[in-house]
Write a protein that binds this ligand. Structure first.
Ligand code: ADP
Ligand code: ADP
Ligand code: ZN
Length: 206
């Protein structure tokens, strides 16, 4: 099964991706994680991507699409994949469609007014990428899954989040209609406990 996770920054894509990937045994492919890994290792892709991710802008399509195409050709994608954070505009969606078709597009729907607080309070594991929120960590500073150290992403600040939400509304939100027209869109209410949202996803995929 080929699944795409759609949703605004902070909607809970990464959080749900961990659970979906475990239950359905699909590789979790996050373009954001791929860019952050490249930035950390200072690869050519990382050096190019940094100024875009730091400002909440989209990394150029040619680079992003090339990375995803290559990644989907890997052996572990033979029985499907879970794409998180790609596609993010119509060009990326059309490019993806030229080499792979989605079976289900999960649109995690959260009112934009809730996202600033979710993102500015987000803490991420530096080893496995799992997302947490300061409000629920009770002062813990390490990852529950792997013991890795938690950090705050550089782009999780008010100014950059503002840019990311604008980019989402202008460029990514139109993909809801795009996939709805293709009859693969599944709308998921993303407000509620993490396990409740996951249960809605499992029900929608049946
Ligand atoms: P995305 O990958 O869509 O940007 P994340 O999964 O990283 O979003 O979640 C963003 C923030 O919101 C994190 O701090 C996460 O812990 C929190 N979060 C995720 N799901 C929920 C939920 N159902 N209710 C409240 N907060 C959530
Ligand atoms: P979020 O969790 O807020 O949705 P991501 O981790 O998915 O954020 O993305 C972080 C940054 O990485 C984006 O702001 C953008 O600069 C870059 N990025 C991620 N995915 C894409 C993509 N499909 N196209 C272009 N840029 C991307
Ligand atoms: Zn971890």
């Amino acid at each position: 099964m080929n699944i795409i996770l759609l949703g605004a920054p902070g909607a809970g894509k990464g959080t749900q991706a961990t659970k979906i990937s475990e239950k359905y045994r699909l590789p979790h492919i996050s373009t954001g994680d791929i860019f952050r890994d490249n930035i950390k290792r200072q690869t050519p892709v990382g050096l190019l991507a940094k100024s875009y991710t730091d400002n909440g802008k989209l990394v150029p399509d040619e680079v992003t699409c090339e990375i995803v195409k290559g990644r989907l050709e890997a052996d572990d994608c033979k029985n499907g994949y879970l794409l998180d954070g790609f596609p993010r505009n119509l060009f990326q969606a059309e490019t993806l469609e030229s080499f792979s078709k989605a079976d289900a597009v999960l649109n995690i729907d959260v009112d934009l007014s809730l996202l600033m607080a979710r993102l500015c309070g987000r803490r991420v594991c530096k080893d496995c990428g799992e997302s947490y929120h300061v409000d629920f960590l009770g002062g813990k500073t390490v990852c529950e899954r792997c013991g890795g150290e938690l950090y705050q992403r550089k782009d999780d600040n008010e100014e950059t989040v503002g840019n990311r939400l604008k980019v989402y509304s202008e460029q990514t939100a139109p993909l809801i209609a795009y996939y709805s027209e293709r009859n693969v869109l599944l709308n998921i209410d993303g407000v509620g406990a993490i396990d409740e949202v996951f249960a809605r996803i499992v029900a929608a995929l049946k």
